[in-house]
Design a protein around this ligand. Structure first.
Ligand code: GUN
Ligand code: ZN
Length: 440
């Protein structure tokens, strides 16, 4: 007799990277006739379908052959207020902020506008297969709360925080350090650890945060267990020169954040396109992660990320779409862009499908300190997954018809799968998104 307590056994080819392919060979695990047994929202078993069925004859079988199962995608850098400004091409960071991003962010003062954008934003995450995201909130507490509420309603894992700044942007985006402390503390109490939500202390970047504001960040992290941290680092040459003027005592950009003790595990610095050798070493030693945002780096002309130097030094690197500097919500595309840019970068790393899958899944879990819970299909982890099933008449289906190995199929998925191929998305076994046209 089958029943919910016996679990649901999904049958489809599956891929995951329980190990780091930058450090080990054979990090990709794939099963052509795969099985994923889900019980109470957790993965009870993953591997060969027949083996799992034989050991669990009472499990309810869901036949998903025709598509592919991947762990839920993890975006480690994205801005929710920037949904509507994707596509502001042709500018570099500081002009883009002034002309595109900041005017739009000021609209977040209107709570009903923020609610509408938050709903569209979380829907876009889910419909692209992203189950966990580290998100820059708004400069306003109420708008940031709307994002948490929308994320909770959508069933996603959202790690976010109110964006803190007290200079150099525009007056309506500035808070005093006192107000930043008060509002952040309230948001932490309300959302940190509630269901799938976590709070991240979020100073925008060194240019917009005084030392007093960075002290607030340090205090918040000290006062509350398990808070994450996110900011921007070494994205653009002009920005770095400005930071050096504002913090003349700091030997480099990272030293500004280090002075206030905000790095380490659970801290994610976005970009790091122009690091010094010493900064790379210190990031590795501290366990601070870097969110690599190749689409944004190209769109804003920020530069080529030196992935090899980071990996060789032992820095944790994951992926971020950096909407709206980036060009879309798809982490599969983001991983492909990492591959493409590494192909043409001097000293570029040659990435294969295993590297791309790792960067889009398990690396994100590690960056966020969530690797015991999510990031791959090892038994005991939450059943967060994306089911890729391309439209029957599209090019990906045509390619998959003739792929002969799992590696080829995975590379084709990274190359061709967009939102139209995301058929179903689950978090802890529950469906959070279903595409009407491709779902079985
Ligand atoms: N640095 C400070 N703010 C931002 C932002 O919104 N986007 C990016 N890409 N870089 C930033
Ligand atoms: Zn950013």
């Amino acid at each position: 007799m089958s029943g919910p307590d016996q679990g649901e056994l999904l049958r489809a080819p599956l891929f995951h990277t329980p190990r780091n392919p930058f450090l080990q060979d054979h990090a990709l695990e794939s099963y052509w006739d795969g099985g994923l047994l889900i019980r109470d929202g957790r993965i009870a078993a993953s591997g060969d379908f027949e083996t799992i069925r034989a050991a669990n004859p009472s499990a309810t079988i869901t036949d998903l052959r025709g598509g592919f199962l991947l762990p839920g995608l993890i975006d480690t850098h994205i801005h929710f207020p920037q949904l509507r400004i994707i596509g502001g091409l042709g500018r570099t960071l500081l002009d883009w902020l002034e002309e595109c991003a900041l005017p739009e962010e000021a609209r977040m003062a209107d709570e009903s506008h923020a609610r509408r954008i938050a709903q569209g934003f979380v829907h876009a995450l889910a419909s692209h297969g992203t189950t966990t995201a580290l998100v820059f909130g708004a400069h306003f507490a109420a708008a940031t709360a709307e994002l948490f509420e929308a994320g909770a309603k959508a069933g996603l894992r959202i790690v976010s925080g109110m964006v803190l700044s007290d200079r150099k942007l525009r007056p309506e985006l500035h808070q005093t350090p006192e107000a930043a402390y008060r509002d952040s503390s309230d948001l932490v109490r309300c959302f940190h650890g509630r269901g799938r939500l976590l709070y991240a202390v979020t100073p925008r970047f060194a240019l917009s945060t005084s030392e007093a504001m960075l002290e607030v960040c340090q205090t918040l992290r000290r006062e509350h267990e398990g808070l994450r941290f996110q900011t921007h680092l070494n994205e653009n040459s002009q920005e770095i020169a400005e930071a050096a003027k504002l913090f003349p005592w700091a030997p480099d950009y990272l030293a500004v954040y280090e002075r206030f003790g905000v790095g380490g595990r659970g801290a994610v610095m976005a970009h790091n396109v122009h690091p010094t050798a010493s900064e790379i070493e210190r990031l590795a030693a501290a366990g601070t992660a870097v969110a690599h945002c190749p689409c944004s780096n190209a769109a804003l002309g920020s530069g080529l990320f030196d992935l090899k130097r980071h990996i060789e030094a032992g820095v944790r690197v994951a992926l971020g779409t950096d909407i709206g500097g980036g060009i879309g919500f798809g982490l599969l595309k983001e991983a492909l862009q990492a591959y493409l840019l590494q192909r043409i970068a001097p000293n570029g790393a040659l990435l294969d499908a295993a590297h791309m899958l790792y960067l889009a899944t398990r690396a994100g879990a590690e960056a966020l300190g969530l690797e015991t819970d999510i990031g791959d299909f090892q038994p005991g982890k939450a059943a967060d997954l994306v089911y890729i099933k391309p439209p029957a008449d599209g090019p990906l289906s045509a390619v998959l018809e003739r792929t002969e190995t799992p590696d080829q199929a995975l590379a084709a998925i990274f190359t061709l799968a967009g939102a139209e191929s995301v058929s179903q998305v689950r978090v802890e076994g529950s469906i959070v998104y279903k595409c009407a046209s491709t779902n079985p």
